[in-house]
Design a binder for this molecule. Structure first.
Ligand SMILES: [Zn+2]
Length: 1130
């Protein structure tokens, strides 16, 4: 539709097809890609244990796949010969999520999962985000769409030159055991005793063997019995009894699975007390294989156009601002209540705040007429009000932009899923794909499925009512034909109402199935009965992998980590079965024997990093309750243990392999702390960044991983229910593009603290402390899967976030955390004729830290429309922006950054072109947008200027890659702050319109446009950019603010590195701190605050977020609007 990319405005146009077509599900590609890994593991693993035994061997995620395909075994996940689906090892219990599907295959439009061939490499030649049918979209985070090289054992994948094990006393025997922490005199002899592993050689042969597949992992002494569907901690309503089966109904679930206790492992062999020796710096840089460059340079001929021109060019090209442009008043009056903000802070209620709906909505039976009437009534709803963007300047509402409300009858909307949890880019779904194509807007869902909710209905029931055909959970949008039958809203099958469901535990009455909580709440959680767990739920297992190289010790992070874990050790989510373990590493790998009964922790050093093994597999992960003192001893001694180290090398890859082996039998969470580029052994990396090219490069290189080591290991982890969280604390380039894969594919998270230093960067230290506290204590779900279903006719084709796509609609999430967001792209495969509404259901099956199997279900209902104006009227500009950001990250990696930038620009141009040509009946001059999309060009420009996608500005590669990671996995509300920060004036805060929360008064200043014209030298302005906040102090800032809030006598006295607001006993100080604290409280991560002056180094960062202003390398908002208008007029 549009003909040119943003950066091509001065010349050659690029044909930019904007197709919104279905594409092959990329998930199958994952299956294919990592299949050999699983096969390999299966081959190594012993035969699966019989029923009742604990599975610890092979990962065999067969059932979910086979449930779709009752035919021949899948190529991706072959089952063991002669093994029927029912007798598969309990590990497959994860898939019991959908067991009955094997009996009745879904009639839905889903693709058969594993048969599809991997999509070919995308021949990206145009800058549109919507793949044509011949051009499958690259899957989330897939960096190499070409078939992967054959996978061998990981050790053979990378063969860097390796330094000899410097200074190790006993290189032949790879392990030495040393107690921790007594630092004896340096003359203390290193162990001449046989290294511990030798005494274990009978059971633990050296070499890349799998961890022992014994029962030990789950049968620690004192392990609690598995749960018996205990009463949920959160009940449906506090004043009411928890749900249970009806008094006359069938008995609750059968006996719980039992576990066989095993005798405690015997103590490990003792060794002489020898501390780890300081090592000479004998580093030999590792030399990881350089991946072939996967960029598609089809567009290289456009390279010369990818940089915005010099300022002068634009100045000459665009007219100056018209008079009056800057001073138009805002179209909306400020709302004192700030509904969007309230939604963010107030407890999530089961009955959402009443939405602003047209009156009416008489019920489902009359749905069609009511929708039709609504369509007529609201022929020009506010969302379609025509806005001339070139004339209306102050488009930002004074408070955060609320999510649009779907145009549904009130009774449906009243129970609909909360937009913070589940949101669609189009709140009115087009009836056909061709209508969607016409609209030129992406169709997709944004989810925050495990969000912390203050009120969550929890149901314990022996029967979870689901559609017999498509396995949809019963939800508020099904219809009851009568008391005994309900019709599925996804596949339309008529199902029987089970006897038990006739009883309503809320009203304690019989015969009202439509009043059950499942039918009254779009978000609900079930305690899963035993059929949802073919293996006993795993315990909470936490393994910490800590960089203790010289560089790491220099940063001082170890102190903060150890102290934080000591402080929060009793708040780790878990129960009596919780296990913990520690691994530290530099050029060698250090294990810690924490077995109960030892007088002190015992360190075991393995220097053979090529062929990593576990020296005492049974005593490295220990029961936290039983061994807490030893754990605490270790945490107290660790920071000093490596104080004097001179070891600069980092064998991160081997440490990860060791950690994987340790966690494999149980699954769990691996928390990795890394402070430098790993340069030794497997997974070693080299610097790929040339700082001199940061600003001038025509396109950004090295956004894709240098090695597939981390991805492969992550997939192995995913298969064993292990998620890896990466904390990167570094001043130097660490190749996050490569390292991040370890978290991306294992459903972990990445935390990044650039320039972390305990003395030089106190703001980062504070952020690290706060983040750690949240990280250690937040809710966690283990061995999770999430399936997203949608009404027949719709299909999901691309996922965004951190996970592994196990089948077309099933995400594997070894861990799920409450701060993770996901996005999916959808297409319309069959016309949605005769449908008034469609539904989407996300079901997250997980094991709680208390060992309960739970299912959290969210169902979203949206209307179907058949006119383009109705599609536009329902556009959710923030959701569209969030989804476009995810798509642009993929495009940056699979094609090029300039291609991604062009595609983003074209998204805005194309949708506004479509609006102008097909919706507007009266043509008028100007750049016209419907009110609901009035912020689209602004957000698009914001994306182009975002750290992830900007060009022409010096941006560290790791900073850029981290921004890309965040855009992909942050929930929408946080991602939007990164994209378009909020600017507030703070020096004139008043209590007018303030919120009152827990007897605290929270001032509510207006959100200002991001332009220097909104700043004033007399003021102080806070910019909230999500992960970071800047408080800019004007040179002539009112002395009252300086003294009463900052506690300094004058502007000149504002310290250079001020990152804390002093706690002064003044009204101004209290107001300011209340507001900043309130902003921080609304997000799960801790934004650091930087108080800056004109002279501050950070001023540039602050100014770069002034999105509406022009910079040396980027257009101003007005210039961008003119460019968009120019393209539309073509
Ligand atoms: Zn169904």
């Amino acid at each position: 539709m549009s003909t040119a990319g943003f950066n091509a405005q001065n010349g050659t146009g690029k044909g930019q097809a904007y197709a919104n077509g279905p594409s092959q599900n990329p998930g199958v590609n994952y299956n294919m890609t990592h299949q050999p890994t699983y096969n390999q593991m299966q081959a190594k693993a012993p035969a699966p244990p019989g029923p009742g035994l604990y599975p610890s061997g092979p990962y065999q995620p067969v059932p979910p796949v086979s449930s779709y395909q009752p035919g021949p075994p899948l190529t991706s996940y072959p089952s063991a010969p002669g093994q029927s689906p029912l007798s598969r090892p309990p590990m497959a219990g994860l898939a019991s999520h959908t067991p009955p599907q094997s009996a009745s295959p879904s009639p839905g439009p889903r693709l058969p999962p594993a048969q599809a061939t991997p999509p070919p490499p995308p021949a990206v030649s145009s800058s549109s985000y919507y793949p044509s049918p011949q051009q499958p979209m690259a899957p989330a985070w897939q960096y190499n769409t070409a078939p992967p090289p054959p996978m061998g054992p990981s050790a053979s994948m990378v063969t860097p030159p390796r330094g000899p094990p410097v200074n190790h006393v006993n290189p032949a025997a790879s392990a030495a055991a040393v107690p921790v922490p007594p630092p004896p005199p340096s003359s203390a002899a290193y162990s001449t005793a046989p290294p511990p592993h030798m005494s274990q050689s009978a059971t633990q042969p050296p070499g890349p063997v799998l961890p022992p597949t014994s029962l030990h992992g789950y049968t620690q002494p004192g392990a609690a019995p598995p749960p018996m569907n205990p009463v949920a901690p959160h009940t449906y309503q506090p004043s009411r009894p928890g749900y249970g089966p009806p008094p006359t109904g069938p008995p609750p679930s059968g006996p719980p699975p039992t576990m066989k206790p095993t005798p405690p492992p015997t103590g490990p062999p003792m060794a002489n007390a020898t501390p780890p020796p300081p090592r000479a710096d004998g580093a030999v840089a590792g030399n990881g294989p350089q991946a072939t460059n996967n960029y598609n340079h089809v567009d290289n001929n456009m390279g010369g156009l990818t940089q915005p021109g010099p300022p002068g060019r634009h100045l000459g090209h665009y007219p100056s601002l018209p008079p009056g442009y800057q001073n138009t008043s805002a179209p909306h009056a400020p709302s004192p209540m700030h509904p969007a903000m309230q939604a963010a802070t107030q407890p999530y209620t089961q009955a959402p705040q009443p939405y602003q709906q047209p009156p009416g909505g008489p019920g489902m039976a009359q749905l069609s007429p009511s929708l039709a009437a609504m369509s007529l009534q609201s022929s020009t709803p506010e969302s379609l009000r025509v806005v001339n963007l070139l004339q209306e300047r102050n488009l930002l509402p004074p408070s955060p932009v609320p999510a649009p409300t779907p145009c549904l009858p009130q009774d449906l909307q009243k129970v609909n899923c909360h937009p913070e949890v589940f949101r669609s880019t189009l709140t009115s779904i087009p009836q056909t794909q061709s209508l969607l194509n016409k609209a030129k807007m992406p169709l997709g869902l944004l989810l925050h499925p495990f969000k912390d909710l203050s009120q969550l209905p929890v149901v314990t029931s022996s029967t979870i009512v689901r559609c017999r055909s498509c396995r949809t959970y019963i939800n508020p949008f099904v219809s009851f034909l009568d008391q005994r039958r309900w019709k599925c809203n996804l596949c339309y099958r008529v199902n029987d109402v089970p006897e038990e469901f006739m009883y309503n535990p809320v009203s304690r009455s019989y015969g009202e199935p439509h009043k059950r909580p499942e039918v009254q709440n779009a978000t609900i959680e079930f305690i899963a009965p035993s059929e949802y767990m073919l293996r006993p739920p795993q315990p909470a297992v936490y393994l910490f992998v800590l960089d203790v190289s010289h560089n790491a010790v220099e940063t001082g992070y170890l102190n903060v980590f150890c102290q934080s874990l000591l402080d929060n050790i009793n708040a780790l989510p878990g129960d009596s079965r919780t296990k913990v373990g520690f691994i530290t590493f530099d050029s060698t790998i250090h294990f810690y024997n924490l077995q109960e009964g030892l007088s002190q922790p015992q360190m075991l050093i393995v220097s053979d990093i090529e062929d990593i093994f576990l020296p005492t597999p049974d005593s490295l992960l220990v029961n936290l309750n039983e061994c807490k003192e030893l754990v605490q001893d270790l945490l107290k001694s660790l920071p000093t243990l490596f104080e004097k180290t001179m070891e600069t090398q980092s064998a991160l890859g081997s440490a990860l392999q060791a950690a994987f082996k340790l966690l494999s039998p149980t699954g769990g969470r691996m928390s990795v702390f890394q402070t430098q580029l790993p340069n030794l052994g497997v997974g070693a990396l080299q610097s790929r960044e040339d700082p001199n090219q940061r600003a001038s490069a025509k396109d950004i290189q090295h956004l894709s991983p240098a090695t597939d080591f981390y991805k492969k290991l992550a997939l192995d982890c995913s298969g064993q229910q292990v998620a890896v969280d990466l904390f990167l604390l570094s001043a130097q380039y660490c190749d996050l593009a490569s390292l991040g894969c370890i978290s991306r594919y294992s459903a972990g998270s990445v935390y990044y603290y650039p320039s972390y230093h305990h003395q030089h960067n106190p703001a980062q230290v504070e952020r690290f402390q706060k983040d750690l506290k949240r990280y250690l204590t937040r809710k966690i779900g283990f061995e999770a899967v999430m399936r997203i279903r949608c009404t027949k006719g719709l299909s999901i084709h691309t996922f965004h976030g951190n996970f592994f796509v196990r089948s077309t609609d099933l995400l594997s999430l070894p861990n799920v955390n409450p701060d993770a967001g996901f996005a999916v792209q959808m297409s319309i495969e069959e016309n949605l004729d005769d449908m008034q509404v469609v539904s989407f259901q996300a079901a997250l099956l997980y094991t709680s830290s208390k060992g309960e199997r739970r299912i959290r279900v969210h169902t979203l209902c949206l209307p179907v429309v058949n006119s383009l104006s109705d599609v536009f009227a329902g556009a959710d500009v923030q959701a569209i922006t969030g989804l476009l950001a995810c798509m642009a990250v993929d495009r940056s990696v699979t094609a090029s950054l300039s291609d991604a930038r062009d595609a983003m620009t074209n998204a805005a141009i194309d949708s506004l072109t479509s609006y102008r040509q097909s919706v507007l009946t009266i043509q008028q001059p100007g750049l016209l947008a419907p009110a609901c999309l009035r912020l689209f060009p602004l957000y698009t420009l914001a994306l182009l200027k975002q750290k992830a996608f900007r060009t022409g500005t010096s941006t560290r590669l790791d900073d850029r890659v981290f921004a890309m990671c965040q855009l992909k996995y942050q929930p929408l509300s946080y991602a939007m702050l990164m994209i378009h920060p909020a600017l507030y004036r703070l020096d004139d805060l008043t209590d007018e319109g303030a919120l009152n929360i827990s007897e605290r008064t929270i001032p509510q200043p207006k959100v200002l446009q991001l332009s220097v014209e909104k700043l004033s030298r007399e003021g102080a302005f806070l910019m909230d950019a999500g992960i970071v906040m800047y408080l800019w102090i004007g040179r002539n800032c009112h002395p009252n603010f300086l003294t009463q809030v900052l506690g300094v006598p004058s502007y000149a006295a504002v310290p250079e590195n001020l990152y804390l607001l002093p706690e002064l006993d003044t009204a101004e100080s209290q107001r300011t701190r209340a507001f900043v604290g309130w902003l921080r409280d609304q997000r799960p991560f801790f934004p650091s605050l930087h108080v800056i002056r004109d002279e501050s180094q950070l001023k540039a960062s602050f100014m770069q977020n002034m999105i509406e202003d022009r910079t040396e390398s980027a257009l101003s908002y007005y210039e961008f609007l003119l460019h968009v208008q120019q393209q539309i007029s073509k």
